[in-house]
Design a protein around this ligand. Structure first.
Ligand code: LRH
Length: 475
């Protein structure tokens, strides 16, 4: 059959991209059209995103994608979770806050004073993370005056199409959606004094959001639809994890964060899951992403940022990782999930302080600190994989690592060693592939009634995976 194309907009916390995805018989390909940096911007009232700049890059990337491939059939958008923009009179009111902004600490107190965390967990199924949207809303001044609060991918879709929706996988990360019904928790909103009127209707991946409007209609085609995908980047990534048996596989979607867990058919909202810090996020096709947020490459990228500022020069990541791999002797481990490592800042200094508290020898140079970071992330990954197995009663046999972290050989091997399980690494662009595949399926290009298993089989056929065997003595 013919090869057909869609555009995928994929926004991560440290970089964004626009890609053309091509799908045909035995073909699943990505062409990178635009890549642009992303990150927190410090303003007088806290950390924000430069959404205006991001949107500019997205539009430019889409224009270029349609220049290269005029036959693009639709556009799908995914991004990091929890953050939103307030819209009034059809316009974005202010640059959205960044989830690492510390203002949410007050929000946590306010929310938990009205609805204790144990109850919140039974309702929304989410691991405690201080930046979940529910806590941001609790300290958001403009929320009562806004027409709508739109999560980042929904905001992009709104600017492209004029249609206001809330895509369900990403909405599940707000804390305001019931884990049992998948609908907005109106009773919770009421008890928290939050206006339900700002929350748009929920839609599922595969549904049409709207068609491209205004100036862009000329460049992108007046009838080009935006199709809802798993608009939470992690939901799209999980679509493209090439698991052959989801009952015995764990996955780690590793970029800025490492999202470590398993896929379930129904939520698991037990006391044990709550105490272990496991989340039940909504997946594509109503699946549950039962996982834990582990600090991922953030710890490394933020350290590199500090070193580059010191040097006034760029650092070559592959060389740094080679040097880290060559470090011999005891590696000092710290808790990768320590909340003090969450905000931007002088990460090497902070990690040194955390290590000093534990009495560990503080690594003497950049290579040694990099080794500590990578091994500490792998240790937290292994812990989360083991806990996921225990909580679900599953005998896990393999760990899939997808996303940018799948290219980090030191991290993949350390994860194999520390879990005692083989690691299958790849695809690196899982999120964009999941975005493309959900669009392709909506167009009927993947056969009638294609399941997630069918989509994953396509990934497994078209992407080479790297296998890391656990080294027994290192465990
Ligand atoms: C990863 C991610 C993760 C969320 C965090 C805010 O990009 O979407 O799943 O918890 O960003």
């Amino acid at each position: 059959g013919a090869t057909r194309a869609v555009a995928a907009v994929d926004l991560g916390a440290t970089s964004g991209r626009v890609m053309i995805g091509r799908v045909g018989d035995g073909i699943l390909e990505l062409e990178s059209v635009a890549r642009f940096p992303n990150g927190p911007v410090a303003g007088p009232d806290g950390l924000h995103w430069d959404f205006s700049a991001l949107y500019g890059h997205i539009v430019e990337g889409l224009r270029e994608a349609f220049r290269r491939e005029p036959g693009i059939t639709s556009i799908g958008i995914d991004s990091w979770a929890v953050d939103y923009g307030l819209v009034s009179g059809g316009r974005l009111v202010a640059e959205p806050f960044h989830y690492r902004d510390e203002r949410t600490a007050d929000g946590v107190e306010r929310v938990h004073a009205r609805v204790p965390f144990a109850e919140l967990y039974r309702r929304n199924g989410l691991q405690f993370l201080p930046f979940n949207t529910v806590y941001q809303f609790a300290v958001e001044e403009g929320v009562d005056d806004a027409d709508a609060a739109l999560l980042i991918p929904d905001l992009v879709a709104f600017l492209l199409t004029g249609r206001r929706v809330a895509e369900r996988t990403n909405a599940s990360t707000t804390g305001l959606v019931r884990v049992d019904t998948g609908e907005w928790d109106l009773d919770l909103l009421d008890r928290l004094g939050l206006p339900a009127s700002v929350l748009p209707g929920l839609i599922d991946p595969g549904e049409v959001v709207g068609t491209v409007q205004g100036d862009l209609a000329d460049a992108l085609g007046a009838t080009t639809p935006v199709i809802a995908v798993g608009s939470h980047d992690t939901a799209s990534a999980v679509v493209a994890v090439p698991m052959t048996d989801a009952a015995t596989a764990a996955y780690i979607s590793c970029g800025t964060w490492g999202l470590v867990g398993v896929e379930l058919d129904a939520p698991l909202v037990t006391d044990a899951a709550r105490e272990a810090g496991f989340t039940n996020e909504g997946g594509v096709d109503g699946r549950i992403r039962f996982l834990q947020n582990v600090a991922g490459l953030w710890l490394l990228s933020e350290s590199i940022r500090a070193w580059e500022a010191d040097d006034g020069a760029a650092i070559d990541l592959p060389s740094l990782l080679d040097a880290a791999a060559a470090v011999t002797g005891e590696v000092a481990l710290f808790d990768a999930n320590d909340p003090r490592l969450s905000a931007p800042g002088d990460m090497p200094e902070r990690i040194a302080a955390v290590l000093a508290e534990t009495g560990a020898a503080v690594p003497r140079d950049r290579a040694a600190l990099t080794r500590s970071i990578v091994e500490s992330i792998a240790a937290a990954f292994a812990d989360a994989v083991r806990t996921a197995g225990e909580l679900t009663g599953r005998a896990l046999e393999v760990v899939h690592i997808v996303g940018g972290g799948s290219l980090n050989r030191l991290l993949c091997q350390a994860t194999a060693d520390r879990t005692g399980l083989p690691v299958l690494a790849g695809p690196v662009e899982a999120t964009a592939l999941g975005n493309v595949l959900v669009q392709a399926r909506a167009h009927g290009w993947c056969g009638p009634d294609a399941t997630l298993e069918d989509l994953r089989a396509r990934v497994a056929e078209s992407v080479p995976l790297e296998r890391y065997a656990p080294r027994g003595d290192a465990r």
